[in-house]
Design a protein around this ligand. Structure first.
Ligand SMILES: Cc1cc2nc3c(=O)[nH]c(=O)nc-3n(C[C@H](O)[C@H](O)[C@H](O)COP(=O)(O)OP(=O)(O)OC[C@H]3O[C@@H](n4cnc5c(N)ncnc54)[C@H](O)[C@@H]3O)c2cc1C
Length: 651
């Protein structure tokens, strides 16, 4: 019997048996990279232990049992050395040559261009993304106030960076707390679908995430603690909704109209950062008769916790990401559950999806220098950047609506095999759950087996017929059946294409933003728009990702860019900057062309990534590296420079 390791101490006090026992719970590739970095010794990343990333869903990364044993032995030697010599040889912050280590983890893909990004992402004790300037040095006497609209994940990172740069910042938030998505979505089962190592700020990484994919309360606590820990709450005006904003060219200032509990108000600022999210306004489809339903009816993002579902007949409309999370949880308590599915999702195996992180792994993350950070990069590389080729269309591939390339087809086979295993013995259900469109046309849903376990239960009914009406008693489908319900739950997503709604934004020459967009939102880098000077968008058009990556990465890149723009503007004594239409248009042409080379762009399946015009307005089609490169240093020549106005300051 293996002895239970004593995890009460740290690395210095751990005996060999403890080290050997905890290593059974480590992911070897990032562990070896972390040890090589900490010890300044590349022999911990030998060629024969390189992970094979083409194996995709294989948790051993193609390493044979013998190789894994060798890897663990090597890692044990590394941990012993670290312990015996009393810590790392190298100050982990000054790892000069990351390239061989990165190359070791890369699965053979070229890594050189990633080095600087890796340095930032690893953020080993040093916040390399902090602004390298301060307003006091650049424009000490100039009043310059920035309003951030929204205190969700994006608004908080904006407030933090602007504060670091010494700017006068006010955050306007309609809710009474921070967190946005993670405050509003309190439905049962709500959690993130990318490892929290990556779904977290580079400047606020945690070694002690309690779950691999944290649940909503854990995430809300995280964002609250970032707001508290970085002194951001004092900058936020809660219960304050921005209803409209107008740019005044004479004063180069924005006038915001605010709705507060104490009445309406006007606030004048020099720049506006919209951080209102893509998924903040619930979408409740206009189904005929909806108002006739007699029982409680609510959207997943407006969960009515006063309704007890125990013993009730419940109908859930939709099987998207939120619905797929809540359905397995509520199934356990309801009497009857009818699930109305328009389009099945691809489910990808993730055995640890709802599991807590075990004490051994937590110990390793807390005690092995750099291990958490290298694991963060490992997630980034393996599950996000590494997946992109599988979503890319091969023009010579004739896969119809089935697949877009040989690699995509292989993915399809693998995922279909997974579903076939899960629904073994339930052929009718299997027919209903296998998607007819290529993988990567929609975001994957992570699956620890709960979906199949739920749908196989006798009191759960998966219905694929189209909804025709809602009556007082339930929902009718086009086969004439009435699905009776005591409670109706809309798992129908968000008005994702309606960027910045319902705010009214008026730019130069009185142009209305929503008229300009005409339902087809676009922006330069997803951030700036011609005719709307000093308006910056976070999580704006074409900054979402399909592969299960992290929006925090994008928001950090966007904020870095915006802070750089503001520095340039202040340094040059400008009033405002307005992107040149030709720069904006050329950028968008490139985005559109590339989105049409991706599974989500060519597939005809319904998805929230496409707006009413059929254009993919949500997604970024290139690599994460490319977004980082493009947002690293703003080029003010991309902008028309507007002179400083006559306004003296914000009111
Ligand atoms: C259920 C769910 C699960 C998700 N899972 C993932 C995931 O696994 N990985 C991932 O990367 N992303 C995920 N997302 C996307 C998620 O929205 C982003 O990751 C991130 O939380 C967006 O942060 P944000 O600050 O940009 O927007 P939000 O979190 O939407 O915050 C916007 C804030 O702006 C405020 N606001 C809006 N309009 C106004 C106004 N006019 N005036 C004042 N305040 C206003 C809102 O009240 C809100 O606080 C998920 C989204 C949902 C809904």
């Amino acid at each position: 019997m293996t002895a239970v390791p004593d995890l009460s101490g740290d690395l210095a006090s751990a005996d060999d048996a403890t080290l050997a026992a905890v290593l059974d719970h480590a992911e070897l590739p990032p562990m070896l990279a972390a040890l090589a970095a900490a010890l300044g010794d590349p022999s911990f990343t030998p060629d024969q232990l390189r992970p094979d990333l083409s194996t995709l869903l294989d948790p051993t990364f193609g390493l044979s049992e013998e190789q894994q044993a060798q890897g663990r032995e090597l890692a044990l030697a590394g941990l012993q050395r670290l312990r015996d010599q009393g810590g790392p040889n190298l100050d982990a912050r000054h790892v000069d040559d990351l390239e061989p280590l990165l190359d070791f983890l890369s699965g053979g893909r070229p890594v050189h261009d990633y080095l600087e990004l890796l340095r930032e992402e690893l953020a080993l004790g040093e916040d390399l993304r902090a602004p390298d300037w301060h307003k006091d040095e650049v424009a000490p006497d100039r009043p310059f106030r920035v309003a951030v609209i929204g205190a969700g994940m994006s608004g908080l990172v904006a407030a933090h960076r602007l504060k670091q740069a010494g700017l006068d910042v006010v955050v306007l938030e309609k809710n009474d707390d921070v967190g946005g998505t993670w405050l509003e979505n309190s439905y049962p089962g709500c959690r993130v679908d990318v490892s929290n190592l990556f779904y977290s700020y580079s400047f606020a990484q945690r070694a002690d995430w309690p779950e691999h994919f944290s649940s909503q309360p854990v995430l809300l606590d995280y964002f609250r603690s970032v707001a508290d820990g970085h002194g951001l709450r004092a900058l936020i005006r809660f219960g304050t909704e921005v209803t409209s904003a107008t740019f005044d060219e004479g004063s180069a200032a924005w006038r915001l109209h605010l709705r507060t509990a104490d009445g309406d108000e006007v606030l004048e600022v020099h720049a506006v950062i919209s951080a209102v999210g893509q998924l903040n306004r619930p979408n409740v489809p206009p189904i005929p008769g909806a108002e006739r339903f007699l029982g409680p009816a609510f959207h997943s993002a407006r969960w009515d916790h006063s309704v007890d579902l125990a013993g009730k007949r419940v109908v859930v409309i939709g099987t998207g990401a939120s619905a797929a999370q809540l359905i397995p949880v509520i199934a356990a308590k309801v009497a009857e559950l009818t699930v109305l599915q328009r389009t099945p999702a691809w489910f990808i195996p993730a055995p640890s999806y709802t599991e807590p992180i075990g004490p051994e792994l937590l110990w390793l993350r807390r005690n092995v220098p750099g291990y958490t950070h290298w694991s963060r990069f490992w997630v980034f590389w393996r599950t996000v950047e590494g997946m992109l080729p599988l979503a890319t269309v091969d023009p010579d591939w004739d896969g119809g609506e089935r697949s877009v390339s040989a690699a995509n087809d292989m993915m399809r086979e693998m995922l279909t095999g997974h579903l076939a295993g899960e629904f073994d013995g339930y052929p009718e259900l299997l027919d209903q759950v296998v998607p007819g469109y290529p993988p990567f046309s929609k975001r994957f849903i992570l699956d620890d087996g709960a979906w199949a376990r739920t749908l196989k239960q006798d009191h759960v009914h998966l219905v694929g017929d189209a909804i025709t009406e809602i009556t007082a008693e339930g929902v009718r489908t086009d086969d004439g059946r009435l699905h009776e319900a005591d409670v109706l739950i809309y798992g129908t997503g968000f008005k994702a294409s309606e960027f910045l709604m319902p705010m009214q934004m008026t730019g130069r020459d009185g142009v209305d933003l929503h008229d300009r967009w005409g339902g087809d939102a676009r922006a330069y880098l997803g951030i700036t728009l011609p005719g709307f000077p000093n308006l910056f968008l976070l999580y704006g058009p074409n900054t979402n990702i399909v592969v299960n990556g992290s929006i925090t990465y994008f928001s950090e890149c966007e904020v870095h860019y915006v802070v750089g723009c503001l520095r340039g503007l202040l340094a040059e004594g400008l009033g405002a900057i307005d992107p040149k239409p030709e720069v904006h248009d050329a950028y968008n042409e490139r985005i559109d062309a590339e989105n049409l080379r991706m599974a989500w762009g060519v597939s005809t399946v319904n998805s929230w990534y496409k707006n009413a015009t059929g254009r993919t307005a949500q997604n970024w089609p290139f690599s994460l590296l490319e977004y980082w490169q493009q947002t690293r240093r703003p080029d003010l020549d991309d902008y028309e420079r507007l002179p400083a106005g006559t306004s003296t300051g914000a009111r």
